[in-house]
Structures are given as structure tokens and as C-alpha cells.
Design a protein around this ligand. Structure first.
Ligand code: 3HC
Ligand code: NAI
Length: 699
């Protein structure tokens, strides 16, 4: 049982004890009901306290149980809350640290609530694509008012207990104690003080009205329109809260339950729940236990003050960690610092950063031209030119000057981290830290684990990633690591589609309709088409049998590298990012197609999406099989946080699961029969073929 029961004098205390956040899983729910039953038959007990052990009152329903039999078994959360409400002895919720979702709903079912300051109070279900399903939409408006409640339910954002406690007329908390330390004692005293008060107060009996009901809910619906585009839950939250104001409590509760169950079955909710767990699972490395000792990272050095070096440095400055930047020439340092300043000043101008914070951050930044001045850094990140010779020279210098135990990282996007590690005499201290551009904005960090990388180095960089607010995913060493290795296949398919009859605009529009932040050609223009060109030139000698469309090379031969040259697949007006289709590019594609003797055909959006997305899926299956990625969900995290894959589709592998792997393989077999495509590539990766044959999914 994951709830403890103890009697202190005349007060029974039920303590939720289901780490890490006292999720209301089956055994905790059962524990609460058992505790109530024991207390209610014990004549010596006159009141009951429910509280949480450790760092939470409760984080809500146990997300890990969703979709399993346990989530359906009695007592469900409704029955638990009914047992609390129906208890003949008063039940007091003693709330601290975290009170969210079903946890808050449980507290709202209690007769009284007493809270410690600093507690995060929320109904965050909307972030999981659902709505509060155990009375939250019906009870919260009754204690904090309709508008405040709807705001909390639609945003899912936490509000501090002391802030709610200071709202005039609020009935959520009967008492706010001075500090978390005194909560337990105060809860016992409070429970004793209300032991004889009858009738027992119930939130459900409080009135729920909005003076301008119809108008207000119309405004609310307009407000959530934007956020509802790809997510059904926010609009349903409005419906549920409106029901609280218009229906009898019991009817409202039933209505909420129906909406909750319907939302739970939507692919959007499944994707969001998958992503919640995937993001947290990404930080776990199978053979690196969470208690692996971590090194102290007090100071960081960055080599190279170019596009990436500057952004990387900002991450650490933002987290209060001093950074020393090294360059070859003073001018390069000056340029790098000026870019960082410009970035911060833009944030100050937009009101996103306070002037004094900006100055504090800049004060943490120092520069040098000499490697000998780097010896106090605990972590050094190299972001110099992508040439193995340059990396070799830099890592030999770092090996010479860095103190023992310092971590040596490379931001290389394509080079072999094992090779880089062996430029030093300490390959165990070397790791890849592949930031994405702009490095101060993009959340993804691929941590590239070399053959020799020490476990504590990995544990340390994963913890450091968290500190600088990155979502880190571990990748093994291979060309392109996880993300770029997959995107190469996606890009190849984009090229074939042009040869077969599409325009860049048609492909981009189809992918953007599917939900990608940007279609492949707009993305190429943003990243720089010359990067892909350099990779392809390498491939032509390394893998002469690999098939590529030549259109992207023809584009680059015209110097159309993308936004940075004002022209790529599209044209760009200086200072703007709008992609303007260019007739010459379309003609170039048509001429090339004609030179290949291809008669263009009409290609559906469905085919475009399937070919691009399933190319990611097949390569991902190879990546999983080779052990480059530890788990399927890591790949989804890479694509959501690094490549603009739509959140509501949960990543390419979650999407493939939704489509059904059997269907994915069928489509791939179809694509393999297209003589203009690459039949060898479309042979399903053995892992994918096996899962599809067994009727299974990636997990
Ligand atoms: N159920 C199960 N596990 C949960 C959980 C939950 N509700 N909430 C968090 N966890 C787990 C995480 O998976 C993670 O586990 P791990 O250590 O094994 O990876 C651990 O708790 C810590 O989570 P975080 O890394 O997110 O830690 P933080 O300290 O940053 O945040 C938190 C803690 C604020 C509780 C945050 O985890 C959070 O926002 N959780 C989601 C809460 C939520 O959405 N609750 C609603 C659930 S749905 C519901 O209640 C339905 C009801 O209306 C019927
Ligand atoms: P950049 O050309 O903007 O900057 C490189 C900087 O390194 C220049 O300022 C240069 O003066 C400096 N430099 C070169 N040799 C040096 C040396 N020996 N010692 C000190 N400084 C030296 O390049 P960018 O784009 O910042 O790329 C850097 C690294 O990051 C490369 O390995 C690249 O592959 C990788 N990367 C780049 C991404 C991007 O989108 N630009 C994304 C992810 C990784």
C-alpha cells in the first residue's frame, strides 16, 4: 500500500507515500479508502488529515498507469473523492510543495484544506491533452471563482499557494500556515479544532455563477481558439467550466467525466502523455545509474566565438555559470561578444530580460587568446570550424592545458567523436555536446557518447544539460548522430519528389499542414543549403551507390544557399523570413526533370507526408537496432525538440505507432516499387519488419 496510516491522539493521518510525487495510482487510492474506513470505525478518532510524504502533497493521477488496467480498477479517483466527501468525520487536506491535477481534486473533495506557502497548485491536465476528470472543473470555480478557475484549467499553469491564499473571497484554503515546517503540527491542531463542527462543509454545495455568463464564455471560447487549433482539450475545458455554472453539480460532474473519457482516447492526448514520459525518460541512460557521482561544473570554457560558440556560451551565462571564450584573433572575439550583447539587448528591449540581469550575465563572460588561461575550467566545449585537422589541433592543446578531471566536449555535427577523443591522452573525458542552432534557443542537446566516454562524464553532462534547461538525448557515434542521420533520408525523399513532379512549395505546404514547423525546403534555406551540399559531395565518393536527386546541387551551383544569401529554394527580402516562390527555381526543377526524361505526375499530399515521415521512421529503426539511440522515445524527443516535429503527433515513432506499423511497412513496400525512388532504402529495417509482423509497436 502506498499510503500510510497513523493515529495521533484523536486525529488519524493518512500520508500518501508513492514517490516521486505521490501519484494517485491504484495502491495509493486503495490506501486512502482503507485509511478512511479504519478512521471511521475507530471511536478514538474524531477527525482525519490527508497529506503527502516527501516533496509533494500529490502530483495527481499516476500518469504511468494511464492506459493500463490499474487506471480502470476500483477505487477510481471518483470513488476515493466520494469516500472523502461522505466521511462522517471531518477530513482535512494538509497541502504542501506540489498539489496538482487529481491531487488538487482530492483536496477539493476534503471538508477543509490547509496549505503551506510555496506550494505549486495547478490543474495541468490540459498539458496532457485531457481535462480535470475528477471534479476539478466543477469544484475549483466554486472556491476561486469562475474566471480564475478557467484560467488555471485552460493554461494548466501552476499558481503559488500564497498567491491564491491572498485572493479576496477565495475558499480554496481554510488556512495558510507560516511555513512548510509547521504544516504537520498545524494540520493536527486544525483537525482537532473542527472535530465537532457539523454539518461538514462540502465544496459541491457552494454556488457557482458568473454574472455575465453567456458573454464571458463566448469571450473564453474566442480566447482559446488559437491554442485549440491542433488540440481539442482547451475548448472542452471551457465547456466543462460553463457546465459548472449552468448545471446541477451531479450533472456537471457527469458531463466532465464524459468529456474526460473522450479526450483520453484522442491521438493528441496519447501523444502529449507519451511526450511527458519520453522527455523524462531521455535523461535516463540504461547503464549509468542515477546515483552515479557527478563532477562539479563551476566554470566553463568555449573554444570558437562563431555562430554556435556564442549561443552555447549564453546558455551557461543564463544559468549563472562563468564562461571564458577563446578565439584565434581578437577581432573574432570582439565579433562574438558583440553578437551576444546584441542578443541580450534584443531581449531587454522586448522586456524579456531586466537590464541588471543582462549586466550580471555579461559580467560572467571573459575572453582569452591563450589556451594557458583555460586551466580553471571544469568543462570546455569546442565549437571551431568543422574540419578534422582543426579539431585535432584544438584537442591537442586542450589535452595539454586542461586540469585533470575537466570534461572536454566537441560540438561537432558530423565528425567522429571517437577520433576526436583519441587526439587526447584522456579519451574517457571526451564527449560530444551537439547543440542545435540557435544554441541559446533550441531545447535539444544531443549528447554523443564515445566508445571511451566515462560514465560519470555522461552523468555530469546530463545533469549540466538540465541546469542549462536543455532536453538532452544520448546518441552513439555515427554519421549525423540521431537527428541529422534521419534528416538526410528525409531530404533525399524531398529531392525525389521534386524530380517526380512536385514543387518545393507543394512539398513544404503538405508538411506544414501535417504540422511540421517548416517544410524541408524552407528548412534547407534556413540552415543553409551549402551544408547539405558539402555532405552530398562527401557521400558521392563514400557511398557511390546511394541515390540522390541532383536538383539541390544545381541550386547550390547557382549560389542559392538560402536565407543567408537572400535566395535558396525561395527568395527572401532582407531582414524578413517570408519564403517567396521563385519561377526560375521551378523552371530549373522542370528542366532537370525533362533532362531525365521524367513525365511529371500529380502527387498527393498524403504521399508526400508518408514518404517524408516514413523515411524518418525507417532510418530511426536502423538507429535503434544499432544501439545508436537507447530507446524509441529518445528519437521522438530529438524530433520534437530539435526538428519542429508536431508535438500533437508525439514524434515520428509515436506517429508510426498511431498509423500502425503494418500500414507503415505496406506503404514502404509500395514506395519501393516506384522506379524513381530508392528501392533499397525502402526495405524495412529488420526491427520495423519484425514489430510489424508481430503486430507490435515501437516502445
Ligand atoms: N504521475 C506519475 N509520475 C509523475 C507524475 C504523475 N502525475 N508527475 C510527475 N511524475 C514523475 C515524473 O515522471 C518523474 O519521474 P522519474 O523521476 O521517474 O523520471 C518524477 O515524477 C519527477 O518529475 P519531473 O522531472 O517533472 O520533476 P519536477 O520536480 O520538475 O516537476 C511536477 C514535478 C511539477 C509534479 C511535474 O512532474 C509535473 O508537472 N507533473 C505532471 C502533473 C500532472 O500533469 N498531473 C495531472 C495528472 S492527470 C490527472 O490528475 C487526471 C485527473 O484529473 C483525473
Ligand atoms: P562558425 O564558422 O560560425 O564559427 C567557428 C569559429 O571558430 C570562428 O569564429 C573561428 O574564428 C573559430 N575558430 C576556428 N578555428 C579555431 C581555433 N583553432 N581556435 C579557436 N577558434 C577557432 O562555425 P559554427 O557554425 O559556429 O560551427 C562551429 C561548430 O559547431 C562546427 O563543428 C559545426 O559543425 C558545429 N555545429 C554547427 C551548427 C550550425 O548550425 N552552425 C549546428 C550544430 C553544430
Amino acid at each position: 500500500m502506498t499510503a500510510e496510516y497513523k493515529v495521533h491522539g484523536s486525529v488519524a493521518v493518512i500520508t500518501l507515500a508513492n514517490p516521486p510525487v505521490n501519484g494517485l495510482g491504484l495502491s495509493t487510492r486503495q490506501g486512502i479508502v482503507d485509511g478512511l474506513n479504519r478512521a471511521n470505525v475507530d471511536a478514538a478518532v474524531t477527525s482525519i488529515v490527508i497529506t503527502g510524504a516527501g516533496g509533494a502533497f500529490s502530483g495527481g493521477a499516476d500518469i504511468k498507469e494511464f492506459g493500463t488496467d490499474k487506471s480502470l480498477q476500483e477505487p477510481n479517483l471518483h470513488s476515493v473523492i466520494a469516500a472523502v466527501e461522505n466521511s462522517p468525520k471531518p477530513v482535512v487536506a494538509a497541502i504542501h510543495s506540489v498539489c496538482m491535477g487529481g491531487g488538487l481534486e482530492l483536496a477539493l473533495g476534503c471538508h477543509y484544506r490547509i496549505a503551506a506557502p510555496g506550494c505549486s497548485v495547478a490543474l495541468p491536465e490540459v498539458k496532457l491533452g485531457i481535462l480535470p476528470g475528477a471534479g476539478g472543473t466543477q469544484r475549483l470555480p466554486r472556491v476561486v471563482g469562475v474566471e480564475a478557475a478557467l484560467n488555471m484549467i485552460v493554461s494548466g499553469e501552476p499558481v503559488k499557494s500564497e498567491l491564491i491564499g491572498s485572493m479576496p473571497g477565495q475558499k480554496l484554503f481554510d488556512k495558510l500556515v507560516a511555513s512548510p515546517e509547521v504544516l504537520a503540527a498545524e494540520a493536527l491542531a486544525f483537525a482537532q479544532s473542527v472535530a465537532d463542527v457539523r454539518p461538514l462543509p462540502l465544496v459541491r454545495n457552494l454556488p457557482c455563477k458568473h454574472p455575465q455568463g453567456d458573454a464571458y464564455f463566448q469571450f473564453a471560447r474566442n480566447m482559446v481558439k488559437g491554442m485549440s487549433k491542433n488540440f481539442p482539450a482547451p475548448a472542452k475545458c471551457v465547456d466543462a467550466v460553463e457546465a459548472a455554472t449552468k448545471r446541477k453539480f451531479a450533472d456537471g460532474l457527469l458531463f466532465e467525466r464524459e468529456l474526460f473519457i473522450n479526450l483520453m482516447w484522442t491521438p493528441e492526448s496519447r501523444s502529449l502523455r507519451h511526450l511527458f514520459l519520453a522527455e523524462r525518460a531521455a535523461s535516463k541512460i540504461p547503464d549509468v545509474p542515477s546515483d552515479t557521482p557527478k563532477r562539479d561544473i563551476q566554470a566553463v570554457a568555449v573554444i570558437g566565438a562563431g555562430t554556435m560558440g556564442g549561443g552555447i556560451a549564453m546558455n551557461f551565462l543564463n544559468a549563472g555559470v562563468p564562461v571564458k571564450m577563446l578565439e584565434m584573433k581578437q577581432e573574432a572575439l570582439d565579433r562574438g561578444i558583440a553578437t551576444i550583447r546584441k542578443n541580450y539587448e534584443a531581449q531587454v528591449k522586448k522586456g524579456k530580460l531586466k537590464q541588471d540581469k543582462y549586466e550580471q550575465r555579461m559580467a560572467l563572460l571573459s575572453t582569452t587568446l591563450s589556451y594557458d588561461e583555460l586551466n580553471d575550467a571544469d568543462l570546455v566545449i569546442e565549437a571551431v570550424f568543422e574540419e578534422i585537422g582543426v579539431k585535432e589541433a584544438v584537442f591537442k592543446e586542450l589535452d595539454r592545458v586542461m586540469k585533470p578531471g575537466a570534461i572536454l566536449a566537441s560540438n561537432t555535427s558530423t565528425l567522429d567523436v571517437n577520433k576526436i577523443a583519441h587526439f587526447t591522452k584522456r579519451p574517457q573525458e571526451v564527449v560530444g555536446l551537439h547543440f542545435f542552432s540557435p544554441a541559446n534557443v533550441m531545447k535539444l542537446l544531443e549528447v554523443v557518447r564515445g566508445d571511451a566516454t566515462a560514465k560519470d562524464v555522461l552523468a555530469t553532462v546530463m545533469a549540466t544539460a538540465k541546469k542549462i534547461k536543455k532536453t538532452a538525448v544520448v546518441s552513439g557515434v555515427c554519421d549525423g548522430f540521431i537527428g541529422n542521420r534521419m534528416i538526410e533520408q528525409y531530404g533525399r525523399q524531398g529531392g525525389f519528389l521534386l524530380d517526380e513532379g512536385c514543387t518545393p512549395e507543394q512539398v513544404d505546404k503538405a508538411m506544414e499542414k501535417f504540422g511540421m514547423a517548416m517544410g524541408p525546403f524552407r528548412m534547407g534555406d534556413l540552415a543553409g543549403n551549402d551544408i547539405g551540399w558539402a555532405i552530398r559531395k562527401r557521400r558521392y565518393t563514400e557511398k557511390p551507390d546511394m541515390k540522390y536527386s541532383k536538383t539541390a546541387d544545381l541550386l547550390c551551383e547557382k549560389g542559392r544557399f538560402g536565407q543567408k544569401t537572400g535566395a535558396g529554394w525561395y527568395d527572401y527580402v532582407p531582414g524578413k523570413r517570408d519564403a517567396i516562390p521563385n519561377a526560375e527555381v521551378v523552371k530549373m526543377i522542370e528542366d532537370h526533370r525533362a533532362s531525365l526524361g521524367i513525365t511529371p505526375r500529380k502527387i498527393s499530399d498524403e504521399e508526400i507526408v508518408q514518404r517524408l515521415v516514413f523515411s524518418l521512421v525507417n532510418e530511426a529503426a536502423h538507429i535503434l537496432e544499432e544501439g545508436i539511440a537507447n530507446k524509441a522515445s529518445d528519437i521522438d524527443v530529438v524530433y520534437i525538440f530539435g526538428y519542429g516535429f508536431p508535438v500533437y503527433r508525439g514524434g515520428p515513432l509515436n506517429y508510426a505507432n498511431e498509423v500502425g506499423l503494418f500500414n507503415v511497412v505496406q506503404a514502404m513496400n509500395r514506395f519501393a516499387r516506384n522506379p524513381l525512388d530508392d528501392a533499397a532504402f525502402w526495405k524495412p529495417a529488420p526491427l520495423l519488419a519484425r514489430l510489424a509482423a508481430e503486430g507490435k509497436a515501437f516502445n
